[in-house]
Each structure stands twice: as C-alpha cells, then as structure tokens.
Design a protein around this ligand. Sequence first.
Ligand SMILES: NC(=O)c1ccc[n+]([C@@H]2O[C@H](COP(=O)([O-])OP(=O)(O)OC[C@H]3O[C@@H](n4cnc5c(N)ncnc54)[C@H](O)[C@@H]3O)[C@@H](O)[C@H]2O)c1
Length: 372
Amino acid sequence: MKTHPFVQTKIKVAIIGFGRMGKFYWEAMRKSGQWDIAYICDVDPEARLLARQMSPESRVVDNNRPIFEDESVQVVGLFSLANFRLEHIERAIRSGKHIIAEKPIADTMEREWRAVELAERSDRISTVNLYLRNSWYHNQIKTYIRQGEIGELAILRVCHMTPGLVPGEGHEAEGPAFHDCGMHYVDIARWYAESEYKTWHAQGMRMWNYKDPWWVQCHGTFQNGVVFDITQGFVYGQLSKTQTHNSYIDIIGTKGIVRMTHDFKTAVVDLHGVSQTLNVEKPFGGKNIDTLCRLFAHSVETGRRHPQLPTFRDSAIASQYAWDFFDNSLTHDLPAIGNLDTLEQIRERRRTMQNGYGLLHHNKIEPHIIHP
Ligand SMILES: NC(=O)c1ccc[n+]([C@@H]2O[C@H](COP(=O)([O-])OP(=O)(O)OC[C@H]3O[C@@H](n4cnc5c(N)ncnc54)[C@H](O)[C@@H]3O)[C@@H](O)[C@H]2O)c1
C-alpha cells in the first residue's frame, strides 16, 4: 500500500508507570495525534486493568523487557517512581531509545549523576519534566526581563505553599516536600538567574513534630550577585474547612518588577516595566505536559533536542541544591510545632478527600480521561 507523502508517521512510544503522571502523558500524547502509544507498562495489576480499558490500542505489559527488546519503540516515558529510574535509563540508552523522564532522575545524588553521565555520553535525546520551564507565564516573564523592562535582575522571590502531600502518603523515594516538590522552585530560580547558586541559609519547621521539616525557607545568592529566597511547604492548612494555597513568584529589578500568582486554574502575571504595564490572565496550564511532548516530538523528528527542554544535568543540579538547602536547615535551630495526632488526622482526611491538593491517584476509571 502506498503511503500518502503528507501523512506524518507517529512516534512510537512506551509509557512505563501508569500512575497519576503516566496518565497525564497518555492523555497529552493521545490528544496531540503525534504519538503511537505502543506499550503501557505497570507493575500494579489495577493500573494495567485501567490501561487496557483506556488504551485498547496499546500493548499492556507487567514488565519492561518487551519494550526494550522492541527495536521499533523510539521513545520511552519513565513515569514510575525514582527508585527504578536509573535502571530504566540505563536500559533505554543501551537499547537506543530516546527518553522522557519524570523528576528526579534517580533516588540518590550519586545515581542521578550517573544518569547524567550516561545521557551525556549517548547520542539519544533525553529530557526531564521540570514543568515550570514549559509554562507560558515563566516564559512570558523571562522574555519581558530580557527586553530590559525591569532593568537589571536583582532579587528573585519564589513561594509555593499548599495543603498538599504529607509525610507517609507516598513518593518516599523522592524525599521530603522541599526536595520532591521544592526542586522545581530551586530549578526555576536558577533558570531565571542564569547563574549557579553560591551561598545559602535555610530555616525549617518540623510541623506536627514529624522528623523532617515539611516547610523550608532558604535565601542566598547566585554567582552573578542575584539574590533569592525560596519558600516551600506542604503545611498550608490541611485541616482548614475550605483549603487554599499561596503560590507566587516576585521578581525585582533595578527599574521595574514582575510577579505571578495562580490558583491552579488561572495564572495572573503582572508586568511593571519601564515602558509597558501589563496584566495577563490565562489558564494555568497544569503540568504543561502537552508542551513538553510537543517539543520532544519536534526534537525526535529533527534529530536535535529543542533548546527549551531541560536536561538531565539541569535536573541533577536542582535536586542537588534542593538537598543542600534542606540539609542546611537541619544545621540550624529546628523547632517542632504540633503533634503526630494532627498529622494522622490530616492523612485520614486526605485518604477520603475527592478533590484536594496533590492527592495521589487511585486506579479508578476517570471519565474525562477515557473520552478526552
Ligand atoms: N514533574 C512534576 O511536576 C511531577 C509531579 C508529580 C509527580 N512527579 C513525579 O512523577 C513520578 C510518578 O509520580 P506519580 O504521582 O504519577 O506516582 P504514582 O504512584 O501515581 O504512579 C507511579 C506508577 O508507577 C508504577 N510503578 C512503580 N514501579 C514500577 C516499575 N518498576 N515499572 C513499571 N511501573 C512501576 C506504580 O504501580 C504506579 O502506577 C514520581 O517520580 C514523581 O516524583 C513529577
């Protein structure tokens, strides 16, 4: 049969890990029409059952061997947890696959740097989902700063506090909140500063008397003199009747300022520069996985990584500093407020919540996903 010259071939991909994130990728890839989701792999039988129902065109498997043995698979999406990531990356590179990985790229720093080394020695294209870099709001702000509207960039203030994931709920392989989630904010500050971290001082709070601080604030400097403060905590009123959150970036230059805040539905960007004052409100855009998949598809088609895509090295650096800042908080006065009973009440509430911040997925059929 003759192929139509203008019909683009889809990129053959295998999804490994069909949890909350795996489903987001499945949905974005399917919607785009650019991907042939040939395999879905998960160790959990319920996740596989769901995959079969949602994606009858995919081969659903309980181990990754058929994926790495199938030479026609071009890309693997590594969306299980960090404890298996390095093993998956090693196998992917050995079998010549391009890689989209979730963060962090492994479960210890040593193994993350090993993943960086493997990726950098290979000709395969790889990226990691540092999702803020693919957001419309951070890109718009960065373009505005580059135009000189706020003068010289001087101060970066980043804050992300939600009534989100509490200790013991999952993601143990990814570390405490300041690492698991905070590494995104450590990364985005570095992305804005276009420099490496130089000095830092962190303060933590052992909320509910849990052993690790679940709220950390760190401030310090970059090598180019820009100063930063980053606040991250999943301690923001988990037992409040009506939950809310506080997430913003506040950037101060020598002449103007820019800031952004969002409610997970809409992001609002305020740009106060020397020649333009703008207030932009647009849909938040979630994890921007559609953008990541589109840029990655473009990279595979052209054989060159799109410059906007974060590298494994970016991820390892963010992870390293998130740990360094967290560890630094342990060296200072570290108060504990509250008690473990409250933490247990929070866990109980989150177990039964239908709609909340950062709830872990349950393998139930979600109607909007079945009929995207
Ligand atoms: N970039 C981001 O903004 C962002 C946001 C949330 C989570 N994440 C990361 O994404 C990853 C997945 O998180 P999630 O919330 O989807 O977790 P999840 O628990 O919902 O899903 C993980 C899935 O992987 C499966 N799995 C575990 N080991 C496996 C293996 N060896 N082979 C195949 N499947 C395996 C599990 O059964 C589960 O279905 C984590 O590393 C997390 O840190 C990133």
